[in-house]
Design a protein around this ligand. Structure first.
Ligand code: GLN
Length: 313
């Protein structure tokens, strides 16, 4: 594997040094103990360039709960299974609402706005589940993550999954509501079981940046040659990440960072610099929209210094 360009290595290290010291860290998610107990001082970053060289700093090898970052991978899997028929179950517009909002669903007859809000991701998970047992569907998702990250050790944190289930009243409401419109096909508890478990996958920044390389390089990991999706599909998944990947913070993320990105309440953000790099950052403290506060700031620094915003310098 080649070495990352010295300027990238320097920038990544500078960012980690700055983020470590900042007092403004956001608020760690507190709805389950496993997330509430994470060290708010943690910070990790991993950037993988087109040659496969890794620039990483901070807690880049520490696994964290990927939560909603998993929704990019379930979307990819579901599109692979049913193609454009997926869009019968879920839309492609930004929601402008919090990730777990229920109000829009009533007006739009149970069809969620996009695959990245909770309702949309639950509908996508339901598509993956159809025709399978929950265990098989979950196995498929985990094996997909392992193959993309080239790491068979990637696993579900069972304590997180159990807590998600125990506290998942709102997700249960969303799923039942969609079920009443016929948008969910499988028994609600099966669909939710798979959803809670894929949100509970634990991965490090390095593993996430590796797993998302195909999105930075027209659907294909340039190092392994593994083709995951067509160039057109990769472009479209990136478009959805740009417009919907940070919920009602998506506009601000595009404004400040200028890359397709997907956040999770565990504090992770996966971002794509098309043709250039795949990136993952992790800082557990969140902003009011549930997106990593320092994660976004770190990406803002990175795109500015590297000139990577898709909107120009
Ligand atoms: N598991 C979380 C939930 O369903 C995921 C939300 C998120 O990461 N934004 O509420």
């Amino acid at each position: 594997m080649s070495h990352a360009a010295p300027d990238l290595v320097r920038v990544v290290q500078d960012i980690a040094d700055e983020m470590r010291q900042r007092p403004d860290r956001g608020t760690v998610a507190s709805y389950i103990p496993e997330l509430a107990n994470v060290d708010p001082g943690a910070f990790g970053i991993a950037v993988i360039d087109a040659d496969g060289a890794v620039a990483a700093a901070g807690d880049s090898d520490m696994p964290f709960s990927i939560q909603s970052v998993s929704k990019v991978f379930t979307l990819t899997l579901a599109l692979g299974m049913v193609g454009d028929k997926l869009w019968r179950h879920v839309g492609r517009e930004p929601s402008g609402n919090p990730f777990n909002s229920i109000v829009q669903l009533e007006r739009e007859r149970g069809v969620p706005r996009n695959p990245f809000i909770n309702a949309g991701a639950i509908a996508v998970t339901d598509v993956i589940l159809s025709g399978h047992q929950p265990r098989e569907a979950l196995g498929e998702i985990v094996r997909f993550m392992q193959a993309l990250a080239q790491d068979d050790t990637i696993a579900i944190d069972q304590a997180v999954a159990a807590s998600e289930k125990r506290t998942g009243f709102r997700n249960t409401a969303l799923a039942n509501y969609m079920k009443s419109f016929g948008v969910i096909e499988n028994p609600v508890e099966f669909t939710l079981g798979v959803y809670f478990h894929h949100c509970a996958i634990a991965m490090s920044c390095r593993q996430l940046a590796t797993a998302s390389r195909f999105l930075a390089h027209s659907g294909r990991n340039p190092s392994t040659g593994l083709s995951v999706v067509s160039p057109e599909r990769a472009r479209r998944i990136n478009a959805l990440m740009l417009t919907c990947g940070h919920y009602d913070g998506s506009g601000e993320f595009a404004y400040r960072v200028g890359l397709p990105g997907k956040s999770g309440v565990g504090g992770g953000i996966m971002a794509i610099a098309p043709g250039k790099a795949s990136i993952a950052v992790w800082s557990p403290g969140l902003d009011a929209a549930g997106n990593s506060h320092l994660g976004r700031l770190a990406l803002e620094r990175l795109t500015k210094r590297m000139g990577w915003s898709i909107f120009g310098a």
